[in-house]
Design a protein around this ligand. Structure first.
Ligand code: HEC
Ligand code: HEC
Ligand code: HEC
Ligand code: HEC
Ligand code: HEC
Ligand code: HEC
Ligand code: HEC
Ligand code: HEC
Ligand code: HEC
Ligand code: HEC
Length: 302
């Protein structure tokens, strides 16, 4: 204990001169330089923000109507009096700050907006992805995005990028479907940040006819479209996880006509004898054409 006190006193003595040496800059700390001061030295950043909604005084609670540049950059009085020094209280959004600190600046105003309200629950937040990984406030692009979709997302999501290179895919590169039609970048309650409570509910938004109700349902359909489809892209047509008959035989393989071996002898190549069953190349869909459900046939045949 005594040693602790001794060390503490020594520390105190040595730090005294530093206290006295505190210059004007230290006294400025925590104070705001005020509107209009920053633009003298930062014409470029002033110009780049001037066309954005952040710089519209008429918008209530915008930075322009609040503390101007300092709404985001923190109090800049000491930075100004030092002629541009990097001081403790200036928020630069540089490498030193943590993800949390950076996002908190934005959340101070955006926490309550509908789209951002669940940022704290999102997988992005948990993985240190910040607002400014996707947004740059010093430009006037749509929604202040750094770049357009899908590249905005694919830069980090390499796995999805390779799925999009497959033969069948949603028309994402064509711009007909966006990542954010299906996902929220900001976090929410859906699994995998999808914009719905479940995968089928998501898919029904654009593929309503698959919802039914059908007199004869195919149970896996309402359960999860993702059992048979890979939503981003697949090498099998119609985004299928695998090709029929294998896709079907994964579940229907116990008995009956549906578990015949898929061999040369049993397909078109073989000779037509009674014992051989040639289901047109075992294309289950040739007969079971209404695979998502039917109002006519319990076997979902066409
Ligand atoms: C007297 C001129 C001057 C004024 C006034 C001024 N700055 Fe600076 N600022 C500088 C200089 C010089 C730098 C260093 C530039 C560099 O390193 O490229 C700088 C750097 C910055 C940086 C980047 C720091 C970094 O490390 O990347 C930010 C952010 C910044 N200033 C914000 C502000 C804000 C906000 C205001 C108004 C409160 C302001 N500045 C007023 C001169 C000024
Ligand atoms: C809505 C928040 C916000 C406001 C308001 C804002 N900035 Fe920034 N500023 C940022 C962010 C975030 C960055 C980090 C780089 C980026 O995302 O573009 C930044 C970067 C900078 C930089 C560093 C240089 C650079 O381009 O990286 C300077 C200098 C700067 N801002 C000055 C200003 C000045 C001057 C104003 C007022 C005219 C201002 N900022 C208003 C958020 C803001
Ligand atoms: C002082 C409050 C304040 C701060 C701090 C703030 N914003 Fe905003 N922001 C606003 C207001 C107000 C609007 C306009 C809201 C509207 O149009 O409904 C806005 C609009 C936006 C928009 C939508 C622009 C558009 O054209 O659709 C984006 C994106 C945005 N802010 C991102 C950010 C980011 C990123 C940060 C942190 C670097 C940030 N904001 C910091 C108040 C703030
Ligand atoms: C992973 C990328 C990403 C991150 C991280 C992100 N955003 Fe966004 N944000 C977007 C995209 C993309 C849009 C465009 C709207 C859409 O397509 O859903 C958007 C839209 C917005 C809008 C406009 C909302 C509207 O529809 O009017 C605001 C405001 C906004 N973001 C603020 C923020 C804030 C604040 C943060 C951090 C807490 C943040 N964003 C983090 C990608 C992102
Ligand atoms: C048609 C809707 C749809 C579109 C468009 C879409 N996704 Fe997905 N995505 C999903 C669904 C559904 C899942 C969940 C799959 C599961 O349950 O495993 C998912 C899962 C993911 C995952 C989690 C990892 C994984 O593969 O399971 C990431 C990351 C992802 N998507 C990113 C993206 C990106 C980036 C884009 C744009 C290039 C995009 N998604 C476009 C529907 C979509
Ligand atoms: C700065 C890098 C970065 C950007 C940009 C980015 N993400 Fe992510 N995203 C991540 C990381 C890291 C994770 C967590 C690890 C993972 O699942 O890959 C993640 C996870 C996800 C997930 C999976 C959620 C889960 O529950 O597993 C989805 C969906 C997603 N991102 C969609 C998007 C979309 C849509 C965009 C573009 C609007 C985007 N991301 C942009 C880094 C990024
Ligand atoms: C935002 C709207 C939207 C959502 C949500 C959506 N899709 Fe699509 N889907 C489309 C569009 C657009 C096409 C292309 C239609 C065309 O080319 O005629 C398509 C095509 C398809 C195709 C046919 C692909 C082909 O190669 O012909 C399948 C299968 C599909 N979607 C499954 C799904 C599944 C499964 C989900 C849920 C995970 C889903 N979709 C969610 C818009 C959507
Ligand atoms: C049991 C497997 C299976 C499930 C589960 C499934 N599908 Fe399919 N889906 C298929 C097959 C097989 C095809 C190809 C049918 C064809 O070519 O006639 C297909 C084709 C499609 C197509 C493109 C052709 C068309 O009929 O429009 C869309 C869109 C589609 N499915 C959406 C969905 C949606 C949405 C769900 C979930 C509600 C879903 N699928 C669930 C097997 C399935
Ligand atoms: C994820 C598992 C799964 C997959 C994959 C699947 N089914 Fe089914 N299917 C079922 C279930 C469960 C039933 C309900 C009847 C039962 O319990 O056998 C069913 C019922 C059927 C029926 C009606 C038979 C009856 O007894 O009522 C037909 C026909 C059928 N499936 C064909 C197919 C075809 C063709 C495919 C491939 C495109 C396929 N199924 C893929 C799980 C699956
Ligand atoms: C030549 C048309 C045809 C083809 C091809 C076909 N089916 Fe069938 N399937 C039927 C008919 C018709 C029924 C109604 C019951 C019956 O008459 O045996 C049926 C019944 C079924 C049933 C329910 C009864 C049972 O036998 O379990 C399942 C499951 C089934 N088919 C799955 C499949 C699968 C999986 C494939 C592809 C490997 C397939 N079918 C290919 C015509 C066909």
């Amino acid at each position: 204990m005594k040693r602790c006190i001794a060390i503490f006193s020594i520390m105190l003595i040595f730090s005294f001169p530093a206290f006295f040496a505190m210059g004007a800059a230290e006294k400025d700390e925590g104070r705001y330089a005020g509107a209009g001061v920053c633009q003298d030295c930062h014409a470029e950043q002033t110009k780049s923000i001037s066309k954005t909604s952040h710089w519209k005084k008429v918008i209530k609670d915008s930075p322009a109507a609040d503390k101007g540049c300092e709404s985001c950059h923190g109090s800049g009085a000491s930075h100004v009096s030092e002629g541009g020094g990097v001081t403790r209280d200036l928020i630069t959004f540089g490498k030193k700050g943590t993800a949390k600190q950076k996002s908190e600046v934005c959340l101070a105003c955006h926490q309550n907006s509908k789209e951002i309200a669940f940022f704290d629950l999102g997988v992005h937040k948990r993985n240190d992805v910040t607002c400014i990984d996707c947004h740059t406030v010093h430009n006037s692009a749509v929604h202040n995005l750094k770049t357009t979709q899908p590249n905005l997302c694919l830069g980090c999501h390499k796995g999805v990028r390779s799925q999009l290179n497959r033969q069948a895919r949603h028309p994402i590169y064509e711009g007909k479907v966006k990542c954010t039609d299906c996902h929220t970048s900001h976090g929410g309650f859906g699994p995998k940040m999808i914009k719905a409570d479940s995968t089928p509910d998501l898919c029904y938004k654009c593929h309503m006819e698959k919802r039914g109700p059908f007199a004869f349902e195919h149970p896996p359909v309402a359960e999860n479209c993702g059992t048979c489809h890979q939503p981003h892209g697949s090498n099998h047509e119609k985004l299928l996880m695998s090709k029929p008959p294998r896709l079907c035989q994964g579940c229907h393989s116990t008995s009956g006509h549906n578990n015949r071996p898929y061999s040369f002898q049993n397909s078109f190549g073989g000779s037509a004898t009674g014992s051989r069953n040639r289901f047109a190349g075992q294309g289950c869909l040739n007969c079971h054409g209404n695979i998502h459900g039917s109002n006519r046939s319990p076997f979902m045949v066409r």
